[in-house]
Write a protein that binds this ligand. Structure first.
Ligand code: G4P
Length: 506
């Protein structure tokens, strides 16, 4: 049986139209009744807690969520990726949990830095991509320029599936190559309200279309699913052009849940055993409950409420009594879930990013690393009697993946590591808001960190000479705090029996 799940993310540069498109997708999927609700909900939620003020001030989304909607018997799971470049680690992990992605490009701006970065992450995992060139109701570049840019910049085959009939002031609709129909703007708002026709195209557009259809590779499902070709749709999220076509494209072309890599080979969704992995942990989703929610991507088996699963981290089975599915309007308690679905599991810190959950505790999914932080800071406590609270907070926040924490072997100054500057601001606000701990951050004499692995004797020998650069991470694993990248290569050369790793898989 083929699965009716489509689990995907939208990748884009800020301002390209991801939020608007998300709203329209949910609207068409019947998940929400009013456009604008995604933002309104977001604003209401943001007002609730202090640390989320950062989101508001910087106009970015720090949290990542899941939205589920249904259409024509297909269940779509849309995973929101944080849009800010600082959050590459979080975003990376979210992209490990999807089977495909939509890449939104602004018709006037083309490929922007963040689009490219996110695309590279998708490529690492061969995540297939459908391209949506947005804002064709505005003045933009020629569609040919956009197609050629995508092809050149991303080294992808491009296949136009639709074509804008004029741009900006000249905009008269979008031609769907599959049906030959033109979706037309109506009324003062020039929105698409359902009017389509097959009127002959203006001569200049007819020429363009002929060139477009002849000049690019034709659609090839296998090439798309391998991540070698991207079908390209043109539209306007704001005016509702191309949105239905996009949903159809995901329903028909995007892959159903894919097998996932594990230490014992790939695990197929058709396996009977219930397995999944945690790709995100989030606190404070509901101010009434201080729980955290761990987001699990179900890989195989049919999950049933109340089922016992064992997390690879703790090794102790937990009964999952109140799993949450994320329908766009409300959280709903899930009774069952299928491979590809995302389940929110409330917990008090037992579930951690990278954990595998399974019935037998034999499976370990791979490819969900922690990344060596690029910014290290020393935490300076303002009130020294709060040491215990600080330690608890740092442990909690590192479990959530907000920061990484390192406890040096010598001295009492704890070190936090992050991939992006913004995480430091989130750290300080959350320490104050949730743990009532006032702290500052000071420069640390380290530039980067590496997890060190090797036999006990070799490790001990290394430690004897480098005690002041050694620390333990949240799990007690040894970490080398290096003054520079050069320091890392120097130590690697001197200690060939040890492995200095920039990533760690739990
Ligand atoms: P993002 O989540 O990718 O950051 O982008 P978002 O959807 O917030 O859209 C950014 C801006 O672009 C918004 O305008 C939005 O209305 C506009 N926009 C999105 N899609 C289209 C489109 O198809 N055509 C046109 N013409 N504009 C589009 P804003 O003025 O910054 O925000 P707002 O005040 O309208 O919310």
């Amino acid at each position: 049986m083929t699965s009716n799940r489509r689990t995907f993310a939208i990748i884009s540069h800020p301002d390209a139209g991801k939020t608007t498109l998300t709203e329209k997708l949910l609207l068409q999927g019947g998940a929400i009744h009013l456009a604008g609700q995604v933002k309104a909900r977001g604003a209401a939620r943001r007002a609730r807690s202090d640390w989320m003020k950062i989101e508001q001030q910087r106009g970015i989304s720090v949290t990542s969520s899941v939205m589920t909607f249904e259409r024509d018997g297909i269940t779509f799971n849309l995973l929101d990726t944080p849009g800010h470049e600082d959050f590459s680690e979080d975003t990376y992990r979210t992209l490990t949990a999807v089977d495909s992605a939509i890449m939104v490009i602004d018709a006037a701006k083309g490929i922007e830095p963040q689009t490219r970065k996110l695309f590279e992450v998708c490529r690492l995992r061969s995540v297939p991509i459908i391209t949506f060139v947005n804002k064709v109701d505005r003045e933009g570049r020629s569609p040919f320029d956009t197609l050629d840019e995508v092809a050149d910049a991303l080294a992808l085959d491009v296949c136009p599936m639709a074509w804008p009939v004029g741009l900006g002031g000249e905009f008269q609709g979008v031609l769907d190559f599959a049906t030959g129909e033109i979706a037309r703007p109506e009324g003062d708002s020039r929105e698409f309200l359902g009017k389509r026709d097959k009127e002959p195209l203006p001569a200049n557009i007819a020429d363009e279309v002929e060139l477009a259809q002849g000049g690019y590779p034709s659609f090839d499902l296998e090439a798309y699913r391998n991540g070698d070709l991207t079908p390209v749709y043109f539209g306007s999220a704001l005016k509702n052009f191309g949105v239905a076509e996009l949903i159809n494209a995901i329903a028909t072309f995007a892959p159903p849940p894919r097998p996932q890599p594990s230490s014992a080979g790939t695990i197929d969704p058709s396996n009977k055993e219930v397995t999944g992995f945690i790709f995100k942990v989030q606190a404070n989703m509901d101010p009434m409950h201080r729980d955290r929610i761990a987001f699990m991507r179900l890989v195989s088996g049919t999950f049933k409420r109340g089922m016992k699963l064992t997390p690879s981290g703790s090794g102790k089975p937990v009964a999952i009594h109140s799993p949450i599915l994320f329908f766009a309007q409300d959280r709903e308690i899930a009774d069952t879930a299928e491979p590809g679905d995302i389940i929110g599991i409330p917990n008090h810190g037992t579930l951690r990013v990278g954990d595998t959950l399974s019935e037998t505790n034999k499976v370990r999914f791979t490819g969900l690393p922690n990344f060596a932080p690029e910014i290290l800071r020393r935490v300076a406590l303002k009130d020294p009697t709060k040491t215990k609270q600080l330690r608890k907070a740092l442990d909690d926040l590192s479990e959530e993946g907000v920061i990484q924490v390192f406890y040096p072997e010598i001295g009492s100054a704890w070190i936090v590591g992050v991939v992006g500057q913004l995480q430091l601001e989130v750290l300080i606000s959350r320490l104050e808001a949730e743990y009532k701990v006032e702290a500052g951050l000071e420069a640390a004499p380290f530039d980067t960190a590496r997890w060190v692995k090797g036999l006990d004797a070799a490790l001990k020998n290394f430690a004897d000479f480098n005690m002041s650069n050694l620390a333990k991470d949240r799990d007690g694993d040894p970490v080398f705090l290096a003054r520079s990248a050069w320091d890392v290569s120097y130590q690697q050369e001197k200690n060939p029996d040890l492995v200095f790793s920039a990533t760690k898989e739990r």
